[in-house]
Design a protein around this ligand. Structure first.
Ligand code: UD1
Ligand code: CA
Length: 453
């Protein structure tokens, strides 16, 4: 049986108090909607539809990379109404899986239980037992334990509110049946909305078996309506991600204090200390060590490289056995070759440092091509900006740049050149020679201090 998926994502998310549509709120480095779309993509459905409304253009623009069809729900009249907007595009013989754009942590394995039940001719609804059911629709079962209907909290009696089995909102059923039932759904409820959940009682009335599939882990079914629930989902995702990474061999000093907001690939025996945030695409070779309090985004780090505490790395290609930090800042388009050392309070931007080059203290290297085995002393600055444009600095292999030198770009320091400390270099310095560009030190013998009158 062919499978179509509809993701409901038209709601504004009033409870977020945000200008960003709810489904665009960030969760583990992706939007909430992207998590749902990724789970859907893993199901081998022949089409995925996203029902959008609030912040339509913004939502579509941010998700242009997803292989989904967009269906407009101009007015948000409820979840049942939202599904109806997509139904004209879906053929009667399909199984239809309904996902909520604000229930992002559900796994493909769980969804498979729903679609399997639907393929058997049942209406499957995903439920969960939760510690605090407040705000969710409740699953009402008869004495034999059969699901009879779903009641929204706002419409529930006091007794029904005691039920701790909640509706996750996710369901699967044959498209023709859903189409039939949804035609008859009305707005006679507390919110004056067309509730998708009303089809449950209709199925029961029609003698169609309603299968309440209880989620193994209620964390999967968390709905996100406000910032508190967003943080709770982030926490659940953090735990899940850390567990997966550790089982794959990554050593996390404390899984509760590690945030991955994107994708991480790693080799053998890598270690990450506490309070690190990894974003975008990060790739670690073997035996990479990352100290505490580091932020790393879109970087590649080679075998045996070590990043010491409080360092920030963004958009860099870093070779093997490199040492970075503590307190280093590596900015985009930086390339550090093998065995480079970049120490404390050093900033490197859009530069390449060749093999075994060192900048160990208090330095700014920007728009520079640095050869191999170059020693950059403490306090060296490449003056790459003249107020209007950026200029390049080129430093040849084996050069020695004395401490507190300023290299006024564009400028070239030849291979093996030796720049005396405190020099201001604004013309090219020849290879293999000592260049001194500072005023001569003078001692006035016999000079006496002025005295106060
Ligand atoms: C819904 C369920 C509730 C369930 C909860 C689980 C209904 C009537 N209620 O309540 O039983 O416990 O989810 O998280 O279904 N949406 C649209 N168009 C609309 C209305 C909503 O696309 O007209 C989308 C929203 O963007 C959201 C999803 O549907 O992604 C759910 O809507 P929401 O208003 O958050 O429903 P809940 O009150 O959470
Ligand atoms: Ca919701």
């Amino acid at each position: 049986m062919a499978l179509s998926v509809v993701i409901l994502a038209a709601g504004q998310g009033k409870r977020m108090h945000s200008d960003l549509p709810k489904v665009m709120q960030p969760l583990g480095g992706y939007t909430i909607l992207e998590h749902v779309a990724r789970s859907a993509a893993a199901l081998d459905a022949h089409a995925v539809y996203v029902v959008y409304g609030h912040g339509g253009e913004q939502v579509q623009a941010a998700h242009g990379h997803l292989a989904v069809h967009w269906v407009l729900q101009a007015e948000q009249l409820g979840t049942g109404h939202a599904v109806m907007q997509a139904l004209p595009k879906i053929s009667d013989s399909d199984v239809l899986l309904v996902l909520y754009g604000d229930v992002p942590l559900v796994t493909p394995a769980t969804l498979k239980h729903l679609t399997d039940a639907a393929a058997r001719g049942e209406l499957a609804v995903l439920t969960a037992k939760v510690p605090d059911p407040k705000g969710y629709g409740r699953i009402v079962r008869d004495n034999a334990g059969r699901v009879t209907r779903i009641v929204e909290e706002k419409d529930a009696t006091a007794a029904e509110r005691w039920v701790d089995e909640i509706n996750t909102g996710l369901m699967a059923c044959s498209a023709d049946r859903l189409r039939r039932w949804l035609k008859d759904v009305n707005r006679e409820n507390a919110q004056k909305e067309y509730y998708l959940t009303d089809v449950i009682a209709m199925a029961v009335a029609d003698g169609v078996k309603v299968e309440g599939v209880l989620a193994e882990d209620h964390n999967e079914t968390r709905g996100i309506n406000d910032k508190q629930q967003l943080a709770a989902a982030e926490k659940a995702l953090r735990k899940r991600t850390a567990n997966e990474l550790m089982l794959a061999g990554l050593m996390l000093r404390d899984p509760r204090r590690f945030d991955l907001r994107g994708e991480l690939a790693f080799g053998r025996d890598c270690e990450i200390d506490v309070n690190c945030v990894l974003e975008g695409k990060v790739r670690l070779g073997d035996r990479v060590k990352i100290g505490p309090h580091c932020v790393i985004r879109d970087c590649e780090l080679g075998d045996g490289t070590e990043v010491f505490s409080h360092s920030s790395l963004d958009g860099a290609r870093i070779g093997a056995k490199v040492r970075i930090g503590p307190f280093a800042r590596i900015r985009p388009e930086t390339e550090l070759a093998d065995e480079v050392h970049v120490g404390n309070f050093v900033e490197v931007k859009k530069s390449r440092l060749g093999r075994k080059s060192k900048a160990n203290h208090l330095t700014y290297v920007g728009d520079a091509q640095v050869g191999s085995e170059v020693n950059i002393g403490a306090g060296v600055i490449t003056c790459n900006y003249d107020g209007t444009a950026k200029h390049a600095t080129v430093i040849g292999d084996g050069a020695f740049i004395g401490s507190d030198s300023t290299l006024v770009a564009p400028v070239t320091i030849g291979p093996g050149a030796y720049i005396a400390a405190g020099s201001t270099i604004n013309r090219d310095a020849p290879a293999g020679e000592l260049t001194i560009a500072r005023s001569k030190q003078v001692t006035k013998t016999g000079w006496t201090r002025p005295t106060k009158k």
